[in-house]
Ligand binder design. Structure first.
Ligand code: F6P
Length: 356
């Protein structure tokens, strides 16, 4: 009987539990055992932070957000925060623990940061397979990460609700969505929600163009407008808005652009403008059916790769197939929205201003 470990790392995203369940079920159908490791690689650093997962312990989790294993977006074993700003390299301990627990391989479910750590452990000799997770959809070599569709779905619903109140009050509503340095959530939710302006990091915006769009709509009788801004959007020649600068293992926290854009619109257009930051609401809640299927396919394929001995790979969606991509091809890269992408052109064709 083979024994696999599974862990979830980085920010939560809808569908994590669906992948865990798929890994456990697919393993069980091949008579393999699964150990669930808690809080990302902490489960391989601290003793007793694991438990045996079986199909019956995973009953009912397919539709639940979050992760039954817990997660963290700090806790890199190669630079582990031991308090007071001190760092220790716990990678040898992870390796030792992996062997002590008599595991044959690992499934690492995470975003770019977690997958980069996984790649380092693979190079140190841990057989593993990665599963791409993030609401941001910014991992290269896969058209979709799981979690993205659920985040877009939530943001679209929020835009729908803002539409009715914006129209009733003849206001401009600015919605700030997540996505870090990529505009996927803003672009998709903006198009799905019928936004009038979409601001994404890939296309630095000019306020004059945003204002022009709002005033043109006004002229033709639409007395309200919806602006969707990615948290990483920035003005031409300007910088991204930060809530917090990077410090130690804490990466910079993006945010605040929605408020800036709203204040500027109100001043320039003289129109009452409000803003909403959707924030972590986008990371919570149940996965959509698309994400449940993708997560389940990813989990099942990851187990196939482990059984085939195809380690050091990430499962990826190349529609209509789930394929294996070497981890080294994805490390250190970000998947941005291509400027000539069909959805960008579609947005323009729908009369949506991208602020350029
Ligand atoms: O990567 C996912 C994400 O939700 C980003 O969209 C966002 O910028 C970031 O994580 C927020 O991270 P934290 O959990 O530290 O608030």
């Amino acid at each position: 009987m083979k024994r696999f470990g599974v862990l979830t790392g980085g920010g939560a995203a809808p569908g994590l539990n669906a992948v865990i369940r798929a890994v456990v079920k697919a393993s069980a159908s091949h008579q393999c055992e699964v150990l669930g490791l808690e809080d990302s690689f902490d489960g391989l650093i601290e003793p007793d932070r694991w438990r045996v997962l079986t199909p019956s312990t995973c009953t009912g989790i397919l539709r639940i957000g979050g992760t039954i294993l817990g997660t963290t977006n700090r806790g890199n074993p190669f630079a582990y925060d031991t308090g007071g700003g001190a760092k220790s390299d716990y990678s040898a301990r992870v390796l030792e623990m992996f062997h002590k627990m008599e595991m044959d391989a690992l499934v690492v479910i995470g975003g770019d940061g977690t997958l980069a750590i996984a790649h380092q452990f693979f190079k140190m000799g841990i057989p593993l397979v990665g599963v791409p997770k993030t609401i941001d959809n910014d991992i290269v070599e896969t058209t979709n990460t799981f979690g993205f569709d659920s985040a877009v779905s939530f943001a679209t619903d929020a835009i729908d609700r803002l539409h009715t109140t914006a129209e009733a009050h003849h206001r401009v509503m600015v919605v700030e969505v997540m996505g870090r340095y990529a505009g996927w959530i803003a672009l998709y939710a903006g198009v799905a929600g019928g936004a009038d302006v979409i601001l994404i990091p890939e296309i630095p915006f000019q306020m004059e163009k945003v204002v022009e769009q709002i005033l043109t709509r006004e002229k033709f009788g639409a007395r309200f407008s919806i602006v969707v801004s990615a948290e990483g959007a920035k003005p031409l020649g300007g910088k991204v808005s930060l809530i917090k600068e990077a410090r130690g293992e804490f990466v910079e926290r993006l945010g605040g652009i929605g408020a800036l854009v709203a204040t500027d619109i109100e001043q320039r257009c003289g129109k009452e403008t409000r803003y909403v930051v959707l924030g972590h609401l986008q990371r919570g809640g149940a996965p959509t059916s698309f994400d449940r299927i993708l997560a389940t396919r990813f989990g099942a394929r990851a187990v196939e790769l482990l059984l085939e001995g195809q380690f050091g790979h990430m499962v990826a969606f190349h529609p209509p197939d789930i394929v294996a991509v070497p981890l080294e091809k994805i490390v250190g890269r970000t998947r941005n929205v291509p400027l000539d992408f069909d959805v960008v052109r579609t947005a323009r064709a729908m009369g949506i201003s991208l602020g350029d």
